[in-house]
Design a protein around this ligand. Structure first.
Ligand code: C2E
Ligand code: CA
Ligand code: CA
Length: 639
């Protein structure tokens, strides 16, 4: 039977075509792309060598023996390297999303090394193939061993795909499964019909299908700006980090671009964005530019070029951009994160960028922010805090403390504020001033708010605090909770479970909550009011433009901020302000609670000014449930 090389010829034509297409397109300098190129080239080389070697074997009598051996060794080398590159390729794709376990990578490397040694030493060992005395090509005893190793490498890539399935789309996963199947079938067919050269064809199918799905160059280029996109950025980061090659990332974020869109319209805004991208492209220094999100660009630069590139970036945005009749200057936030001096992995790099940019924006910092050790320490604490909060929510680790509120005239306690507490074995007590703002940022405040609400209702139910004269408990509510869907349903279910009348709940809102979507908030407050829940305006006097909240929203109580209370005890002008503030609030027929009352002097001053109720360390610190109940019992006895 003759060797059938038709499949090989077909494979070569398609592979060469793919090589042409690949080189023609804009490919980011990433590991994934380099490995794909290597895979494609070795596939081509092995297919060519397959044809060359079979023609040599067919005319073995007229070709020198050593040439036949050399060509065949080269063929096996290329074919096997191609398969191992395929495995490396799959791992590189996965590493865009999550790291692949070290042992898998090492195992594949050992397999590859052993396999290649076996191939290279074949002329001596004749383990994989040899020519018998009649010059016939024969499989050696190790042929099955190397085939087994190839299969093992493929199985490892298959298991990696199954394990990290989120790194692939359904289509991409199916391609990988399909390739595994065709490969196994091809190896079986070729073993049964050794002269039907079909394995190279199945390799070509892999190269082709990967090109059509995973290697789609458009997936790596941003269609608006023609810059490389986020996926390409992640690939390059991973690549450089794997090679331990130092670099720095300069991130440029267009500040408050939404305002520009509002001002000139989305179309002009998009043009402006493209102009900004073009300006960055014109940077002469050696750097790679990516659009990593809508209005955020990242430049990967060699460490020694950072200063020069930063200067050019600043120059790009120093002069206004022109769109039609309009001239607009773009403000930018920039940050620099370096590998390996600041971060050691792609995930750390992304976290550091996000943290630095968010911080700079929050502080309105337009100087370049560097991910220095201090900043990174804060970032790690924030990330730890996220994990800690997640666990605390899952395991209900929060405590709720209660701080009694005292009636200025009678000395009785008719209410108390519920204040959350968090204790961690590593960090000790974490202040709500630290974790509540973070929980508000990452959305966990909704779950935390619910836990607090449930806990307060349970406490009221278990201790029947009404017997001590407590009429209601103040619960702090964050802005996000005011717009939380079904908040009332949750309240109602919990209150019913513990048989708590809604009049026993008073919600405290700060001005930041009242700033957000005023109509929606007013509606929310009216709805709660109609169900019997009342509101306190918290921290009054600590912010700006506070007065109109008093008449714009249905508050029942105003809580004077600690700072204004403390200032009034020290300064004449602050004292005058406080006196008039109290008068105004009373004229509006609202109740007043003064917070942060620490000294008798402050208490006397506030009482003289006509303040209703006091909350502060002078009377009681926030305390755990049992202590609170005991406090009430004793206060009741004294009263
Ligand atoms: P806030 O609502 O203004 O709570 C009053 C804060 O002042 C409490 O701090 C309380 O312990 C403290 N305080 C009370 N009397 C005195 C005093 O005489 N002197 C001094 N120096 N401080 C006094 P805390 O418990 O650390 O809470 C801090 C903030 O965390 C609260 O400020 C509130 O904004 C937030 N928070 C606490 N619990 C919750 C909660 O369950 N939900 C939400 N959304 N926020 C909460
Ligand atoms: Ca409060
Ligand atoms: Ca307060």
């Amino acid at each position: 039977m003759k060797w059938n090389i038709h499949y090989d010829v077909c494979a070569i034509i398609i592979e060469l075509l793919l090589l042409r297409l690949f080189l023609y397109k804009k490919n980011s300098p990433s590991k994934v792309n380099r490995v794909y190129l290597g895979f494609l080239c070795t596939a081509i080389a092995s297919t060519v060598l397959d044809i060359v070697t079979v023609s040599m074997i067919s005319h073995v009598e007229s070709v020198p023996h050593f040439l036949c051996y050399a060509a065949l060794v080269l063929y096996f080398l290329m074919a096997h390297v191609a398969v191992f590159l395929y495995t490396v390729y799959i791992c590189s794709i996965i590493e865009r999303v999550s790291p692949v376990t070290q042992w898998k990578k090492r195992f594949v490397m050992i397999l590859a090394a052993v396999d290649l040694i076996l191939v290279l030493t074949n002329p001596l060992t004749k383990g994989i193939f040899y020519f018998d005395t009649s010059g016939q090509y024969c499989n050696g005893p190790l042929k099955f061993v190397v085939n087994g190793m190839i299969m093992l490498a493929l199985l490892i890539s298959l298991s990696a795909v199954i394990h990290h399935h989120d790194a692939f789309s359904v289509m991409q996963r199916n391609i990988v499964y399909f390739f595994m199947l065709t490969n196994i079938v091809a190896i079986v067919i070729q073993t049964v019909f050794p002269r039907l050269l079909i394995t190279q064809f199945s390799m070509m199918l892999a190269v082709l299908l990967i090109y059509m799905t995973l290697q789609n160059a458009e997936d790596f280029v941003d269609s608006q700006t023609q810059l490389w996109n986020r996926t390409a950025f992640i690939d390059t980061l991973n690549d450089k980090i794997t090679r331990k090659s130092p670099f720095e990332v300069i991130v440029v974020k267009l500040h408050e671009f939404r305002n520009i869109n509002d001002m000139v319209g989305v179309r002009a805004g998009t043009k402006l964005l493209c102009q900004a991208a073009d300006a960055l492209k014109a940077i002469e220094q050696d750097c790679e530019i990516y659009r990593v999100s809508g209005i955020k660009f990242a430049l990967i630069v060699p460490c020694e070029k950072r200063k020069a590139v930063l200067e050019e970036v600043r120059e790009c945005f120093a002069t206004p951009f022109e769109i039609g009749e309009v001239e607009l200057k773009l403000q930018i936030i920039t940050c620099v994160v370096g590998y390996p001096q600041n971060v050691l992995s792609q995930h750390e790099m992304e976290n550091a960028i996000q943290y630095c940019i968010a911080n700079a924006e929050k502080n309105g910092d337009f100087d370049t922010v560097y991910a220095d050790p201090g900043t990174l320490k804060k970032m790690r604490r924030t990330l730890d805090l996220d994990k800690l909060l997640k666990r605390a929510i899952r395991e209900k680790q929060f405590d709720v403390y209660y701080q009694p509120i005292r009636n200025a005239v009678t000395g009785e306690y008719h209410s108390a504020e519920a204040l959350i507490r968090l204790y961690d074995d590593t960090y000790g007590f974490i202040s709500p001033d630290e974790f509540i703002p973070r929980a508000e940022e990452n959305g966990m405040i909704l779950a935390i708010g619910e836990l607090v609400f449930v806990e307060v209702c349970r406490m009221i139910h278990d201790n029947d605090i009404r017997q001590y004269g407590i009429e209601y408990i103040e619960i702090n509510l964050s802005a996000a909770q005011c717009v939380q869907k079904n908040l009332w349903d949750m309240f109602e279910t919990v209150m019913q479970k513990y048989q708590i009348p809604s009049e026993m709940i008073n919600l405290e809102l700060t001005e930041t909550a009242t700033v957000q979507s005023s109509e929606q908030l007013a509606e929310f407050m009216r709805q709660m009011n109609s169900k019997g829940i009342q509101f306190s305006l918290d921290d009054f006097g600590s912010g700006f433009a506070t007065v109109h909240y008093l008449f714009s929203y249905p508050f029942h109580i105003v809580k004077l901020d600690k700072e204004i209370v403390w200032a009034a005890a020290k300064q004449q002008k602050a004292s005058v302000t406080l006196r008039h503030t109290i008068e105004m609030i009373k004229d509006l027929k609202l109740h007043i609670i003064a917070e942060g009352v620490e000294t008798q002097e402050q208490a006397d001053m506030l009482a003289e000014m006509g303040c209703d109720q006091f909350q502060g360390y002078l009377y009681a610190k926030p305390m755990p449930e049992q202590q609170f109940v005991q406090f009430l019992a004793e206060a009741g006895c004294v009263g």
